[in-house]
Design a protein around this ligand. Sequence first.
Ligand code: PAF
Length: 270
Amino acid sequence: MKIISSEIQAKEVLKNYTDIVLVPTMGNLHDGHISLVNKAKEIGKTIVSSIFINPLQFGVNEDFDSYPRTLENDLIQLESAGSHFVFHPSKEILEGIKNRKAPPLSKKMCGKTRPEHFDGVVTIVGKLFEVIKPQFAVFGLKDYQQFLIIKNLASLSDFETEIIGSDIVRENDGLAMSSRNNLLTSDNRLLAPEIYKRLCWIKENISNKSNEILIKDSIDFFKKKGLVPEYLKICDPDTLEDLNHFSGRALIAIAIKLGAVRLIDNILLD
Ligand code: PAF
């Protein structure tokens, strides 16, 4: 596995490859990330993973400084997963970067409390697409809103990258894998599986109760556990508009803070 550390080097090393699948990450890798590499291997021949903790997508009071930096271990995992290249640029990659604006979809759900987050994401992902020129790029469906926004980015004429979504990977107790799970206190780690259990409860009841009741009962359920979801939605999987009734397709999505740790999860009914 070759490590590429600058834009110039990336362009030089990758210029003769036409079948690149990009797996963008911010490091601190877990099995969820490795499943993205595995998905990439099903799709194309040349796997380029990237590791860059992108300051542009963290708000002022967010956890950029404390975001875990575990490069050595990340590289070991990527190599054994079968990544051929790792693009690990320094912060110089941000110099002169084209600032991009995420589409209006970015103002919903996570965008309500993280107003600039998706602008930062599309800015760095746009840059990665410019430098790596991947034919495909793989993104986890846990960040479903990000996946939709990146699909919108890729549809712009500047790019020829097809966006592939990869299923959520869960711990044995159902908690969606996330780099932030390690930051949970032991009590909150015990509570965290309730998030996915509740999404499953909504899924099981979606045909026999109104969406309004499902949401209200679920908010009461979390309240009894001392938790208040930042959002809990049953919405259209393309527009993220709230749905009053279920008619075959829906995204059930949640963001919730357990102590200082903000977790997101979803179930897609398609
Ligand atoms: O999903 C992530 O880890 C990040 O948002 C991404 C896509 C690597 C951009 O920094």
